[in-house]
Write a protein that binds this ligand. Structure first.
Ligand SMILES: [Zn+2]
Length: 271
């Protein structure tokens, strides 16, 4: 349970986490609170969506959808990876959520299958991001977009002192048959193309939260073995942790820790 972030807290958290963003007009006052008579909060988690469309900024910010007045999220994330803040108040994005899943999000437990018998209004308690993607299983999230997506989730979790278990996907909470988010991702850090999953997003958020907010996912590099090197000393010098020597051994298919020689080129994992 937590109090929704203020505009100043949003800006501070996003900037610290390295999320590039712009501010859509009136985002600090736009919301569904007075229209519904229900104030946003306390907040329990973060809900991730894909737009199932393109150029949806105006729709999610002001136009809304049929029978669904805007705002439709707190943040819109286009292919550029430059997020747009559209609201910090109550937004129409979550719909009805299964109570058993919300309870698991609060406790950061593995999310159960939705029990549709008991529901809550997810718009009461979840932050929402609409990430631009056609949702056709072919349209790919760009590398910049996915990187910003991970950072955005981590920024909120870090602000509230939450772990990655507070991040969920619409398909995990909805009792209305939602299937988002899904689709291919161009890459992340040193990782090549992969298929989006909430499991992977949570793992990437968890990895971010282990580091300082200023951290960036690394890229792998090559190192030429010098005289006197050991895998341990290379791991200590290049990865900041001698105990990571085993990762280097595995990455290079080395059967013995001493199977290196000066001049040999080693692949190093991201730092
Ligand atoms: Zn959705």
């Amino acid at each position: 349970m937590a109090t929704p972030m203020t505009p100043a807290q949003w800006r501070t958290a996003l900037q610290a986490e390295g999320v590039k963003f712009t501010e859509y007009s009136n985002w600090t006052t736009r919301g569904r609170d007075s229209a519904t008579g229900k104030t946003f909060g306390p907040v329990h988690g973060v809900l991730n969506h894909h737009t199932a469309g393109s150029n949806s900024l105006k729709a999610v910010a002001v136009d809304g959808a049929p029978a669904l007045p805007a705002p439709l999220c707190h943040t819109f994330l286009p292919k550029t990876g430059i997020a747009v803040m559209v609201s910090c108040h109550r937004a129409n994005h979550a719909g009805l959520a299964a109570s058993n899943v919300i309870a698991a999000i609060i406790n950061e437990k593995t999310l159960p299958k939705q029990n549709k018998a008991t529901t809550v209004d997810g718009n009461d308690c979840l932050y929402g991001i609409e990430t631009e993607n056609l949702g056709d299983g072919k349209d790919a999230y760009t590398k910049a977009q996915y990187d910003a997506w991970v950072r955005w989730n981590a920024a909120i979790c870090r602000h509230h002192g939450w772990g990655s278990g507070s991040a969920a996907g619409h398909l995990e909470t909805s009792v209305e048959g939602k299937i988002d988010p899904k689709g291919p991702v161009e890459g992340y850090g040193s990782r090549g193309k992969f298929t989006f999953s909430m499991k992977q997003l949570r793992a990437d958020v968890a990895e971010r939260l282990k580091h300082a907010a200023s951290w960036s996912p690394g890229t792998s590099s090559t190192y030429t073995v010098a005289s006197g090197d050991t895998l341990w000393s290379i791991a200590a010098a290049k990865l900041g942790d001698g105990n990571r020597w085993q990762e280097i051994a595995t990455l290079n298919g080395l059967l013995h820790a001493d199977a290196i020689a000066p001049g040999q080129k080693l692949k190093l994992p991201p730092k």
